[in-house]
Design a binder for this molecule. Sequence first.
Ligand SMILES: NC(=O)c1ccc[n+]([C@@H]2O[C@H](COP(=O)([O-])OP(=O)(O)OC[C@H]3O[C@@H](n4cnc5c(N)ncnc54)[C@H](O)[C@@H]3O)[C@@H](O)[C@H]2O)c1
Ligand SMILES: O=C(O)[C@H](O)[C@H](O)COP(=O)(O)O
Length: 383
Amino acid sequence: MRILVDQNVPLAEEFFADLGEITRMPGREMTREAVRDKDVLIVRSITPVNAELLEGSRVKFVGTCTIGTDHVDLAYLRDKRIAFASAPGSNADSVVDYVLSSLLVLAEEEDFALARRTVGIVGAGNVGNRLWQRLQELGARCLICDPPRADAEGRSDFVDIDTLIEQADIVCLHTPLVRDGDHPTYHLMDAARIETLRPGTVLINAGRGACLDNAALSHRLESRGDLRTVLDVWENEPAIDETLYSLVDIATPHIAGHSLDGKMRGTELIYQALMEHFGLPARRKLGQIKPEPWLHKVVLTAWAPPLEALALCVRACYDVRRDMVGFERYRRRLGMATAFDRYRAEYPVRREFSTLRVDLKKNNAGLRDVIEGFGFKLKLAGK
Ligand SMILES: NC(=O)c1ccc[n+]([C@@H]2O[C@H](COP(=O)([O-])OP(=O)(O)OC[C@H]3O[C@@H](n4cnc5c(N)ncnc54)[C@H](O)[C@@H]3O)[C@@H](O)[C@H]2O)c1
Ligand SMILES: O=C(O)[C@H](O)[C@H](O)COP(=O)(O)O
């Protein structure tokens, strides 16, 4: 069997080598010629998978090691009877880590307490739901907007997006990119909605770039400069708008989900789906292959103020400023589009909060819920 794999998919050799010959290639360089004689195609989000790529090829299985599937023409695959799998939930915790790390940076700069803010979460799927759970541990009030779920589950505790925008101090976008149907998300945050954001609102997009009208946001930031913004996803990646980039507070090149844990989980999910497709037992397990994190534990030896201790753990594990500064360094050297892709390809190792154990004394009970709720492992030691 011949398998073509994006070069940014970790552990492909460990998972797939027994199945056949693996060829690696940058996702943006995958052409019809490159896939023609392959049986299996394993991509990430930057390869458009459609008739143009696959027509006339032998490909019988396509796997994307990502949550998002907007780069895949699913109707075409169905029509051609090409099996397909994605990796739902694989890097959702990494995205939540990214959002929380960003919020802690802004809370520190602006001197606000997250617990006293209203956070609006647009899209309450794997990412949004986990963010909701973790924020509740901090005591933050959350407003949830997810019309497809509201319809399907008959939920009356969800709000519509305009109510959310009106009431939230922090607006987090975690929607997939959907262009049609009852609940499209293309430019869900359009010029009119961007204009109605209250001065001082924090706006975060870690879903897909085109869920937010980038030109309209650029206009609002240039003309009024009264929002705090965190953008991980952009329209026209990797050649993103330089002006918008310069106006955003935390600007990163689509790496919110790029923890090693998230990416490895994505590979494992596609391996499992591929084995199932071919009726083979999935003997390889991520737990047997996964490297140990560099930082295994943080020990808090005495009582500590909960929020300060939490911020310390977050920074020890993943500080979003590392990526902001790293991306800017690459951009100055390579120019925007090359830097965008190169930083992701050479992404420094990052582990999820869940890989860090926090040791607490028993008398530090106030911290217990916050640390656990934020996703860290907890160990209680005697007084
Ligand atoms: N920045 C990154 O690195 C990164 C990483 C992972 C995922 N993503 C993106 O984030 C998206 C969400 O991830 P997920 O794992 O939560 O996906 P998911 O499919 O589990 O959840 C998406 C949620 O959005 C809701 N939704 C759909 N249309 C909506 C609308 N018009 N308004 C409000 N809500 C709507 C859906 O009902 C669903 O509950 C992915 O589709 C992907 O595009 C980005
Ligand atoms: O949809 C996803 O899973 C994420 O957007 C993912 O992190 C994208 O990573 P990429 O494929 O761009 O490396």
